[in-house]
Design a protein. Structure first.
Length: 147
C-alpha cells in the first residue's frame, strides 16, 4: 500500500505543478502583450514597419491543381500591387526543384504551405512571410500599400 500512495502523491504533485505553471504563464502573457503594444505605439506605426526591397516567391514546379491555383492567385495579387515592370524585384523559386536556393528562406521562417512569399528588407532580413491562400489584401498590408 505505501507504493500506491507514493505514486498518488507524486501524480498529484505533477498535476498541481502543471496547473500552477499554466496559471503563471497565462498571467504573464497579457502583460507581455501590453509591453509590446505600448512599445509599438511609442514608436509609431510607420516606424515599426520595415521597407521591403526584395520579394522571394516560392512555388512548386510539379504542383497539384489546388496548389497551382493558389500559386496563380498569389502571383496575380503581387503583379497587380507591384505593377509591370515590378516596383520591387521578385525572385521566383521552386520548392521541389530548387531546394538549395529555397533553404536560406526556409531557415528564416519554415513554410507549411505553398506558395510562400518572403518579404526581405535592405539588410537581407525577413520583414514578413505569407503562405497558402494569399490575398491581395494580405500582400498590400505587408507592403504598406492600400489597394
Amino acid at each position: 500500500m505505501p507504493k500506491v500512495s507514493m505514486f498518488l502523491l507524486l501524480g498529484l504533485f505533477v498535476v498541481t505543478t502543471a496547473c500552477e505553471n499554466q496559471k503563471a504563464e497565462a498571467a504573464s502573457t497579457p502583460a507581455s502583450a501590453a509591453v509590446v503594444a505600448s512599445a509599438a505605439q511609442a514608436l509609431g506605426a510607420n516606424d515599426v514597419t520595415t521597407k521591403v526591397v526584395k520579394i522571394v516567391f516560392v512555388g512548386k514546379e510539379h504542383a497539384c491543381d489546388c496548389t497551382r491555383k493558389k500559386v496563380e492567385t498569389a502571383q496575380a495579387a503581387l503583379q497587380k500591387l507591384l505593377g509591370n515592370p515590378s516596383k520591387i524585384p521578385v525572385e521566383m523559386l521552386l520548392a521541389d526543384t530548387q531546394q538549395d536556393k529555397v533553404e536560406p528562406y526556409r531557415l528564416m521562417r519554415p513554410m507549411m504551405a505553398l506558395p510562400a512569399i518572403y518579404f526581405i528588407d535592405g539588410k537581407g532580413s525577413l520583414v514578413d512571410m505569407l503562405q497558402g491562400e494569399i490575398t491581395e489584401a494580405q500582400v498590400s498590408k505587408v507592403l504598406g500599400t492600400h489597394s
